[in-house]
Write a protein that binds this ligand. Structure first.
Ligand code: HAM
Length: 418
């Protein structure tokens, strides 16, 4: 039997509805902050990610869906959205319109080992603020993310972790200090971290290995290597968050898996999703656009994993409100013939109407229950003769008789009830 590809899933209607709810909430809040939606292609040239994410990042070194197409082009199914937005800024000439505030959503692809909250095709919503050098931009994007999570009812279950990885100069200095320290303890490091020592020592800070974590307790701190300017920048972001009363934990071990970051990095994490604890993550990337051959345009942004937010909402047993719907149930041939016209009238009035296409009254009532209808409108010869229809409330089981001319008003009243 044909199965979905490993690490991909069918989002069935119930789940799909939850995805749309999360995306729509994100899009609405993004628009309050002045972000407009952009959609970039899923297929991008491989060079885009090779030049932006870094050769030593997990994504580039082992997770990209990269292939040569029939025309010989070297392509990748995008693993993330920021590089594509930066590419669009350059190729569409958007640098004339700075600052740019962009929101995006869509599927991303990484060939990771699948587990709960981690898929090979997953979905992100993200925002990017391009063209603003000041820490006010970092604050704006974090505040927007926090607002969305609040709107989804999740802010209580999440921790905002923040760090500064400084400018290029700060980072080069720290890399050397960290490497010197870790080389002295090389033998005690995990195999993975030993491999990273030469190529990308900063990523060792991210290690989940208990032995590595113990060693890191006494390692030099990134903070000690920050230049005065980088320190000042970091302080401004923290003060801004404090003024907005956004709770934050400074996490000196937070570094991000992608190479393009500088200064601010942050993640909202949860304890409710096992190992996959980051739900929204991002940071500043002042060198990205110029590294891709564009003008010097600073940027800051984040993306959240829509799959993970939906899982988290389920985990917290959040109530998913379904839009109210109504079942139309004809009894007998005359009513059956009348049904399409009735359904059309109600739908034109903005009411959601479900029809079951066959079966007796009992079977159709069962279906109305199953689709979660608020009420069923039942009509047969008697009702058609009297021009008065039965409305049965499915939650309470009570039944009322309503003149046909008033059915729309009555259903609209029911739909508006909480
Ligand atoms: P990222 O940390 O790689 O950052 O991904 C952001 C979020 O996407 C993660 O926190 C997680 O919720 C979700 N995610 C990542 N991989 C998976 C997966 N395999 N399955 C399910 N969810 C996943 C970025 O992608 C950056 N582009 C964010 C950014 C925007 N930085 C600046 N602007």
């Amino acid at each position: 039997m044909l199965q979905a590809v490993k690490g991909t899933r069918d989002l069935l209607p119930g789940t799909c509805q939850k995805f749309r709810h999360v995306e729509q909430t994100a899009s609405q809040i993004a628009s309050l902050y002045g972000f407009d939606e952009i959609e970039t292609p899923i297929l991008e040239p491989a060079a885009l990610f090779l030049r932006s994410l870094g050769d030593t990042s997990d994504i580039v070194s082992k997770e990209m869906y990269r292939f040569t197409d029939a025309g010989g082009d070297d392509l990748v199914l995008r693993p993330e959205g920021t590089a594509g937005v930066a590419r669009a800024l350059i190729s569409e000439g958007l640098a004339q319109e700075l600052p740019l505030k962009l929101f995006y959503r869509g599927p991303m692809f990484r060939r990771e080992r699948p587990q709960k909250g981690r898929y090979r095709q997953f979905y992100q919503c993200g925002i990017e603020l391009l063209g603003v050098e000041s820490p006010a931009a970092d604050l704006e994007v974090i505040a927007c993310g926090y607002h969305m999570l609040q709107e989804l009812g999740l802010s209580q279950n999440l921790t905002l972790r923040l760090n500064s990885i400084g400018d290029l100069e700060s980072r080069a200095q720290f890399r050397e200090a960290l490497k010197t320290y870790l080389l002295q303890h090389r033998e005690q490091l995990s195999k993975d971290s030993q491999d990273r020592l030469e190529r990308n020592p900063l990523r060792i800070l991210d290690s989940k290995d208990p032995g590595d974590r113990k060693l890191l307790e006494h390692a030099p701190r990134l903070e000690q290597s920050l230049t005065p300017q980088a320190r000042e920048f970091f302080l401004k972001v923290q003060q801004g968050l404090q003024a907005l009363k956004i709770p934050v934990v400074i996490d000196p071990l937070l570094v991000r898996g992608l190479d393009y970051y500088c200064h601010t990095v942050f993640e909202f994490t949860t304890e409710n999703l096992g190992a996959q604890n980051a739900v929204l993550a991002g940071g500043r990337y002042d060198g990205l656009v110029s590294d891709l051959g564009g003008p010097k345009v600073p940027g800051v942004g984040w993306a959240f994993g829509t799959d993970r937010l939906v899982l988290l909402l389920d985990e917290l047993k959040s109530e998913w409100k379904r839009a109210p719907s109504f079942a139309l149930i004809p009894v007998g041939e005359r009513a059956e013939a009348e049904l399409p016209k009735m359904a059309q009238e109600l739908r034109r009035a903005g009411l959601r109407v479900d029809l079951s296409f066959s079966g007796n009254l009992g079977k159709r009532m069962k279906r109305a229950d199953k689709v979660g209808a608020t009420a069923a409108v039942i009509f047969g010869d008697n009702e058609l003769n009297a021009d008065r229809f039965q409305i049965k409330h499915l939650k309470t089981g009570t039944q009322t008789e309503v003149p046909r001319a008033q059915i729309i008003a009555e259903l609209q009243r029911l739909a508006a009830q909480p």
